[in-house]
Ligand binder design. Structure first.
Ligand SMILES: [Zn+2]
Length: 344
């Protein structure tokens, strides 16, 4: 791509569409860097250049739609299945150079990689409406990127995720997610990985899942509301077998997860009869924890009632303790009452 950014296409079929013109490169590189929070003991990422990024364009100006004559986009082809490209406004870049310490705060290079994953050439839709096979392909793409970024490029932690809904600041409607590769393991991921290294917490949790929390099952995977959910209607998916991440799933497990994912999103959308804003995060093993980690796909919804959004307010921000007004058992019962095959 212009400026040397990488574009990768993934698909079931051969890609035989001619290359069209692409968007020009960004004129200036972001002066992104990390600063150390000495009290919390974790990195904060600064990426000022991100303020210039595209904000809610019309469908006609969508940069994620396929390119057409006279219309430039991020993906210079008239059609594609799933496209992955390096973000034009990255918070982390490979081989980023450091900046001097500022105001007594230690800094570090924002080394990493930020990718955009476009789920479909179609501007409209999402994980609840795409065919199961496309979701299976997406799970394979997550796995392929984790292999490339963690196992081959040597990044410490890779997070595939999707932010969905204007309510939580999504700037583009076209169905897409992102992947961040970090040169360090973020504190939260490290905690989760260490807990699983000490004991197979998640594997046991799935084996002994109470019926009231179980949402849906497939041969090789389950979906459930965790009994310790921090968000109302929080929904997790996991393979039954302990698998470190999507890169290690068997085809049957991928298919089971794809079916569950589609139905989980449709349940969330059906709950209040409108698209649910959510954050989806794929939790896969950080580098070095592959032998003990059990992967999950976690959906954190941001609507707690038909017209009420969940905000992280005083207690959450001030202490890290989450207040939840829907008990997980009740959330699971309400989600189970939604027919995922009914039109969302
Ligand atoms: Zn679009």
């Amino acid at each position: 791509m212009p400026g040397g950014r990488e574009l990768l296409l993934y698909g079931r079929g051969a890609h035989e569409v001619p290359l069209l013109a692409a968007l020009p490169a960004e004129p200036h590189a972001a002066a992104a860097h990390l600063r150390w929070h000495p009290l919390l003991g974790e990195w904060v990422a600064y990426a000022g250049a991100r303020q210039g990024r595209t904000f809610l364009p019309d469908a006609a100006a969508c940069p994620l739609c396929p390119a057409a004559d006279g219309r430039l986009g991020e993906i210079p082809f008239a059609d594609f299945e799933i496209a992955v490209f390096e973000n034009r406004f990255p918070a982390l870049t490979p081989g980023a150079v450091g900046v001097p310490d500022v105001a007594g705060v230690a800094t570090s290079a924002a080394d990493g990689r930020c990718e955009v994953v476009v789920f479909s050439a179609d501007h409209v839709g999402g994980l609840g409406t795409l065919p199961v096979d496309r979701l299976a392909l997406l799970i394979e793409v997550w796995g392929a990127r984790i292999k490339a970024l963690r196992d081959e490029a040597g990044f410490a932690f890779v997070l595939p995720f999707e932010n969905r809904g204007e309510e939580i600041g999504v700037t583009l409607h076209h169905p897409h997610g992102q992947i961040y590769a970090f040169s360090f393991v973020p504190q939260r991921a490290l905690k989760v990985a260490r807990a699983q290294q000490d004991a197979p917490v998640l594997t046991h949790l799935i084996e002994d899942l109470p019926h009231e929390l179980l949402l849906d099952t497939e041969d090789a995977a389950v979906s459930f509301v965790p009994g310790f959910a921090m968000y109302p209607y929080e929904t997790w998916l996991a393979p039954r077998r302990r698998v470190a991440g999507p890169e290690a799933l068997l085809p049957a497990e991928t298919l089971s997860l794809a079916r569950l994912l589609r139905r989980a999103v449709r349940r969330l959308d059906g709950l209040f009869g409108r698209p649910m804003p959510y954050i989806l995060a794929v939790q896969a093993a950080p580098r070095g924890f592959e032998e003990s980690f059990h992967m999950t796909v976690e959906l954190r919804p941001f609507r707690r009632d038909a017209d009420k959004l969940k905000y992280l307010a005083g207690v959450e921000q001030g202490t890290g303790v989450f207040l939840v007004d829907v008990p997980p058992e009740q959330a699971a019962a309400r989600l189970k009452a939604v027919d995922p095959e009914r039109g969302a």
